[in-house]
Design a protein around this ligand. Structure first.
Ligand code: DX5
Ligand code: ZN
Length: 227
């Protein structure tokens, strides 16, 4: 069992004219990790950011950088993302014919390996690689954009991922990504999630970035509600 819930702030919804300021605000609000969504225009239609943005975030914060690769052939990019300062690299199962080898390479490069599951990919796809994993990323939207609604089918999937972990006696993180708000975070936590990625709910919160982080924290740790 891990202890407290992890909040991973996804910069995809940040104001890129002030990326450093946005990252520092997420940190001062209490985010635990900074989540960086890399999209290549092939694995998903959108094209976003690469190692130079990871390197810029690295200069803005000491928080762990949780890098989510929504790209084809991620194995060709692992060293570049390590050199840019990534702490964890999550690859998509659907993009990795040699998933075992790719996860070993991430580990051997000194980063924490993660595997992401699209909504249509079953948890069982991870059974053989579980010992290599630091985190399982359950996509609760179709990857490719921020601000989409949470897919309700993710709840039972999170519970299956948690079950896989318990059955194996593993301490892999169960991370959920997509449509996380104070309301869905609570339900995802009840279903088994412990690390929560959020873009819109943090970086576009009407009261600001710190308030966005804090509203998620209160939803996950109700004892803070009166603090
Ligand atoms: C979606 C990305 C997510 C996204 C989450 O493809 O992997 O990390 O930024 O955005 P929200 O929290 O707005 O759903
Ligand atoms: Zn992501």
């Amino acid at each position: 069992m891990h202890g407290r819930s992890i909040l991973s702030a996804s910069i995809l919804a940040a104001d890129f004219t002030d990326l450093g300021g946005a990252v520092r605000a997420a940190e001062s609000g209490g985010a635990d990790w900074i989540h960086i969504d890399v999209m290549d225009g092939h694995f998903v239609p959108a094209l976003t950011m690469g190692p130079v943005v990871v390197e810029a975030c690295r200069r803005a914060t000491r928080l762990p950088l949780d890098v989510h690769l929504m790209v084809e052939h991620p194995e060709t990019l692992l060293a570049a993302f390590r050199d840019a300062g990534s702490d964890a690299l999550t690859v998509h199962v659907e993009a990795c014919p040699h998933l075992y080898r790719t996860l070993e390479t991430i580990r051997d490069l000194g980063m924490k390996p993660g595997a992401a599951l699209n909504p249509g990919t079953p948890v069982s796809a991870l059974e053989e690689v579980l010992p290599l994993l630091d985190r399982i990323l359950v996509m609760s939207v179709n990857p490719g954009a921020y601000g989409q609604p949470f897919l309700e089918s993710s709840l039972s999937k999170l519970t299956r991922a948690r079950g896989l972990r318990e059955a194996a006696g593993s301490d892999v993180w169960i991370e959920v990504d997509g449509g996380i708000t104070p309301e869905t975070a609570g339900r995802a936590a009840a279903a088994g999630a412990e690390a929560f990625v959020a873009a819109h709910a943090i970086f576009q919160h009407p009261q600001g970035i710190e308030a966005g982080v804090q509203s998620l924290r209160r939803a996950l740790e109700p004892s803070l509600a009166s603090a």
